[in-house]
Design a protein. Structure first.
Length: 426
């Protein structure tokens, strides 16, 4: 359950093509960028412009899908805005759409044909975009969408507020509550970032630490970085084991969660996998009362004992029980936990959130600080950013999209997030 950086890319393999006596120049690069536009518009076959190594990774159909997705967001692709060579075979490029300039890079091969071997569009400068236009697109998405983009300081009105009080499945974004609980325990000298822990529990991917040897010594900071930056589930469950489920549950309450009963008892990742994978057990649990659920989870934890081999593993091929067995929070609830992390005197938790900010470098430069955690599974997507602008003011952008009937379009939602970040701020 991990969400990647919101970068629209089509990157082919470039294994250093054999060099020839021919050297590309700005005229050749500009011509190739114009050729790319003709392919994206469907006027020329991709094989005439893109190298076989590129098309082995990104098919012509995927290129057409990329164009369709971008035009859904930014209007018709109009043509080339600029080409700035950065070397004999590479350039920074800008493509003009009706309502945005898309910026990125291009690479061409070093042989006589000089076909395109790399293409990346990573930043979009929207033209005359408005909160109303973005909100209308959000409302058109299938399923349920909740978005809150607002300053944290003062009493300024949100820039966008769409269903901000709706309880939504948030996937791995729940790990913010674990991070905050840990950071507050560190502030109380009950744990330390340099404290050593031996791995004693495992979960299922996402992540890497499930493959590390048992009893491997790691620091608490390493666990936290893995939990947030790559959404490592084993690191998460190890931290919950360290600080205690009750400490994380107190953090849910301290953050002002509006419906804590939707989040409690606070599940580990392995417990959620166990409930998702066993429809009978999951169904009994989801129908149980709030009073009965803690004992059921205690029994489950005692049975599986941190061992993934003791559960029925879910497949996550399509949305499953996303309205009943999940971690739930509204956008305002997530604003509350982000506020608690922002308010910490010691900055380590915020530094950990900034390891994988999930925005392309050009957008990152527009902010003094970008911290991120996201979560996803079929039918569930959450993107949550803690942001500090160049004047020092803090903001949050929380976006959730749930659809129990089909998976959601991650790239489309991420592009909408970039558009929101590009709006004027109060």
């Amino acid at each position: 359950m991990w969400v990647a950086a919101p970068t629209v890319q089509a990157q082919g393999l470039d294994d250093e093509p054999v060099a020839s006596a021919e050297t590309a120049d700005s005229e050749v690069l500009t011509s190739r960028v114009n050729d790319v536009v003709t392919v994206l518009l469907g006027d020329v076959e991709a094989e005439a412009v893109f190298a076989p190594t590129f098309l082995a990774v990104v098919s012509p159909e995927q290129l057409a899908g990329l164009t369709q997705q971008l035009e859904q967001q930014f209007g018709k692709l109009q043509g080339v805005e600029s080409v700035t060579p950065t070397g004999p075979y590479s350039a920074d490029i800008a493509l003009r759409f009706d309502s945005a300039i898309g910026r990125g890079t291009i690479q061409i091969a070093r042989d006589g044909e000089q076909l395109v071997v790399g293409l990346l569009l990573s930043d979009f400068e929207t033209l005359n975009d408005t909160p109303e236009a973005i909100k209308a697109e959000l409302e058109s998405l299938p399923g349920t969408v909740s978005v809150l983009y607002t300053p944290l300081d003062g009493w300024a009105e949100p820039v966008i507020a769409l269903n901000p009080d709706k309880q939504m499945a948030i996937g791995s974004t729940f790990k913010l509550y674990v991070l905050s609980a840990l950071a507050h325990r560190v502030a109380e000298d009950r744990n330390g970032w340099d404290q050593r822990v031996r791995l004693s529990v495992k979960s299922l991917p996402s992540g890497r630490m499930q493959d590390w040897p048992e009893q491997t010594p790691v620091t608490v900071a390493t666990l936290a970085i893995m939990m947030i930056s790559i959404s490592d589930n084993t690191a998460t469950d190890q931290l919950i084991d360290l600080v205690g489920r009750d400490a994380v549950e107190r953090e849910v309450l301290a953050s002002g969660h509006s419906e804590p009963e939707r989040m409690l008892p606070f599940l580990t990742t392995l417990e959620l996998f166990a409930l998702k994978g066993d429809d009978v057990r999951g169904g009994i649990y989801s129908r149980a009362s709030e009073d009965d659920q803690p004992a059921m989870i205690a029994d489950l934890a005692g049975e599986i004992r941190g061992d993934p081999e003791r559960i029925i593993k879910p497949t996550f091929a399509k949305p499953h029980a996303i309205e009943t067995i999940e971690w739930f929070a509204s956008a305002r609830d997530l604003r509350g936990i982000l506020e608690r992390i922002k308010a910490l005197d010691e900055p380590t938790a915020r530094k950990i959130m900034a390891v994988n900010p999930s925005v392309p470098p050009p957008m990152r430069k527009k902010w003094a600080y970008v911290g991120f955690k996201g979560g996803s599974e079929p039918g569930v997507l959450n993107l949550s950013w803690l942001l500090q602008d160049l004047s020092g003011e803090w903001h949050v952008l929380v976006m959730s999209w749930n659809n129990p009937d089909e998976d959601v379009d991650k790239q489309r939602f991420e592009l909408l997030g970039l558009r929101i970040m590009g709006l004027p701020r109060p």
